[in-house]
Design a protein around this ligand. Structure first.
Ligand SMILES: *[C@@H]1O[C@H](CO)[C@@H](O)[C@H](O)[C@H]1NC(C)=O
Ligand SMILES: [Ca+2]
Length: 148
């Protein structure tokens, strides 16, 4: 009985932190449903391309290698000094949330925050991987075969 309880507790715990790795088309559909296609003038393919190069579509992607000691979290690699707080450093916390929320398998809050990011003057240039790999490129392959 006790072992069942422990297993149940453990699986609940793991489920809350489960990594989700999206397929390209699953993510494209999700982002479209949540209104990112054309959001702030950026077509859906831009968002899929950005997520590909920022996180490889992995919601548990974490980058701790920023020179200023900040950390980037999740599918959209949201930064701990601007968008969320990890309580290690001061943060503007413009999305008013804890950074670990950007690592779970529910990306609704990540999308809300990405919309906040892109409304700043830099637009999608806030994402360096987008500038490097997506900006001004032919992005048709990011939606190819997705039945959108
Ligand atoms: C810290 O570095 C990261 C990555 O280069 C950058 O995105 C972030 O804006 C920097 N933080 C500040 C406060 O400049
Ligand atoms: Ca989340």
């Amino acid at each position: 009985m006790r072992s069942i309880l422990i297993i149940t507790l453990l699986s609940c715990f793991c489920a809350a932190y489960e990594a989700k790795i999206f397929s390209k088309c699953e993510l494209a559909h999700k982002l479209k449903t949540k209104g990112l296609d054309g959001y702030h003038g950026y077509s859906l393919a831009n968002w899929v391309c950005m997520a590909q190069y920022e996180s490889n579509f992995n919601t548990q992607s974490v980058n701790r290698k920023n020179a200023n000691g900040s950390t980037d979290y999740g599918l959209f690699q949201l930064n701990s000094q601007w968008w969320c707080t990890n309580s290690k450093q001061p943060s503007a916390n413009a999305c008013s949330t804890t950074c670990s929320k950007f690592l779970d398998d529910n990306i609704d809050d990540d999308i809300v925050c990405a919309k906040r990011v892109v409304r700043d003057p830099k637009g999608m240039s806030a994402w360096r991987a987008w500038v490097k790999h997506c900006k001004g490129k032919d992005l048709s392959k990011y939606l190819a075969g997705c039945n959108l």
